[in-house]
Design a protein. Structure first.
Length: 125
């Protein structure tokens, strides 16, 4: 898939600005969604986000903020993805009432449209 982002990677600050997710929240999600969301690191330990990492940030944001899943519920939804079931086990906690079954319409094409919209909006500012 061609990069929508014009650079090979973005800094945590750029991702925060682009997605509307605070820097401290990105760091927290990195620990909570270990195995699914792990940005690349430089030798100096600085985070570098490629397009896939930005897609995953947007997917996590949609699950938590728009779909109103709990962290445990979002982990479970992500663990059901066929390409991740081996690498990203669901959290052992029981689902909270806010966690509900996944609905249609949360796949990668929608995420790419969201990312493209955010990038266009960001460029016009």
């Amino acid at each position: 898939m061609p990069m929508i982002i014009k650079k090979d990677w973005l800094t945590i600050g750029e991702v925060s600005e682009l997605t509307g997710v605070p820097i401290h929240t990105l760091r927290y999600w990195e620990s909570e969604f270990d195995g699914y969301f792990s940005p690349l690191r430089t030798s100096g330990r600085q985070r570098r986000y490629d397009e896939e990492a930005v897609d995953r940030v947007l997917e996590i944001k949609a699950l938590l903020k728009e779909e109103k899943y709990s962290i445990a519920g979002a982990r479970q939804v992500l663990s059901r993805k066929p390409d991740l079931s081996r690498d990203f086990p669901a959290a052992p906690e029981a689902l909270t009432p806010a966690a509900r079954p996944a609905e249609a319409g949360n796949g990668p094409p929608e995420l790419m449209q969201n990312l493209a919209g955010l990038l266009l909006e960001h460029q016009t500012m």
